[in-house]
Design a protein around this ligand. Structure first.
Ligand code: SF4
Length: 404
């Protein structure tokens, strides 16, 4: 390839992108100070961590400590591990297979914690074809060099076709590339539902025989489910690996227990409504406005293990159920087929009965409706009796109306 068409290598472009980004962040922070005539802040770099302001570095450490459940006591340990890592620049190779690159998008757009900054500044992202400037022969050369050095953290995004001829990169089968790189990695992390179980690309009829990393490559990858992966989970997993130099405790599906140990349902902010039998029956209703439980609208939270309500998305601002959408179960093996259609009610879910007895949601709905009707009737009788003064004791108030 002619040098005229060669793009600068990824590290120099990364550097210029970061310089621009950091300058923009500083400019943003100083905007109001300048308007108010206050001297602008100087972003002091954290010692040993280039291109990381002290403030951003400490924010990264504090957020990650919280995500790992280490509390404030874990911050110095994380800071030490990251400063050590920044000196060594552990190599990261990020391979994209069959996916829409949504996980890469999630990574580069996150700021709390700034996953991209961790991977670009503290680690050395040697290859990611979506965001690196190099292309063609030059990109292949960079990839070959990384393979030769070995000892990298391998991140795989996307499902892997197991049938020949369905997924090729540079005239090679994706599955062969995956096996070759997994072989020389010190850890393999499968990010997003496509890489863990096949995700959307592996949905029926799946002519390419797409599978997740564990199944296709036969390696014990750390599975970071969800579509897209939560960048906070990715950062915390990498930092945990840097801290401990070992793979975290995984569940039966290869997911770190610390992040996937409980169901969405058990950590849901609408759980109180579920327990009380208060459900949204249709979108656009008063119940939806009141933030009632979305189980009847197809929510798969009771069968989905993930901590979305804690980590949230979009800079920790919101998450699916928080935004009013039922959980579609994207963190579970077998998704999407397992939970199709998204708005169909999950079978076999029990909700606490009015007297502490498990019962189906419809039964509760009916019982709640009867209770409401009984409450209204009782209220009408009391009202009528109040109009006709009497010496009889007042009727008992119904306390089971779902709408009160
Ligand atoms: Fe939350 Fe869904 Fe469970 Fe309702 S069914 S409490 S919306 S997770």
């Amino acid at each position: 390839m002619s040098d005229v068409f060669r793009r600068p290598n990824n590290s120099s472009v990364t550097q210029s992108l970061n310089t621009f980004r950091n300058a923009s962040i500083t400019a943003g922070r100083n905007f109001f100070r300048t308007r108010l005539g206050v001297p602008p802040l100087r972003e002091e770099e954290f010692p040993g961590v280039p291109n990381f302001s002290r403030r951003d570095f400490m924010k990264l450490c504090a957020t990650t400590a919280a995500l790992l459940g280490l509390g404030a006591a874990g911050i110095p340990r994380i800071a030490d591990a990251l400063v050590t890592a920044a000196g060594q620049r552990p190599s990261v190779v990020w391979l994209n297979f069959a996916s829409d690159t949504g996980c890469t998008e999630a990574l580069i757009k996150a700021t709390y914690p700034n996953a991209a900054q961790l991977i670009l500044e503290i680690l050395s992202l040697d290859y990611n074809e979506t965001i690196m400037a190099a292309a063609g022969t030059q990109a292949e050369e960079i990839l070959a060099e990384a393979l030769e050095r070995g000892d990298y953290i391998l991140i795989i995004e996307g499902a892997i076709p197991t049938k020949k001829g369905y997924g090729m990169i540079a005239r090679r089968e994706m599955i062969d590339i995956g096996k070759e790189f997994a072989d020389k990695a010190k850890a393999v992390i499968a990010v997003g539902s496509c890489a863990t179980w096949g995700g959307v690309p592996a949905g029926d009829p799946n002519p390419a025989g797409l599978k997740g990393v564990r199944e296709a490559l036969g390696v014990q990858a750390i599975n970071l489910d969800l579509c897209p992966v939560n960048e906070g989970i990715l950062v915390a997993t990498i930092v945990d690996f840097l801290l401990t130099q070992r793979v975290p405790e995984l569940d039966g599906h290869g997911r770190p227990k610390i992040f996937y140990g409980q169901t969405i349902h058990d950590q849901c902010e609408r759980r109180g409504h579920f327990n009380a039998g208060r459900f949204v029956e249709r979108f656009g209703s008063k119940e939806e406005e009141l933030g009632y439980c979305l189980y009847k609208m197809g929510c798969k939270g009771p069968d989905t293990y993930a901590n979305c309500s804690k980590f949230r998305y979009n800079d920790r601002v919101s998450w699916c159920i928080g935004a009013g959408a039922p959980c579609i179960g994207c963190g579970e093996p077998g998704w999407v087929d397992k939970f199709a259609g998204f708005y169909e009610r999950l079978p076999g879910v029990k909700v606490p009965g009015l007297e502490g007895v498990a019962a189906g949601a419809d039964k509760i709905g009916i019982a709640a409706g009867v209770a409401t009707a009984a409450g209204i009737a009782a209220h009408a009788i009391v009202t009528a009796k109040k109009r006709r003064p009497t010496k009889e004791p007042p009727s008992e108030k119904s306390d089971v109306s779902p709408d009160t």
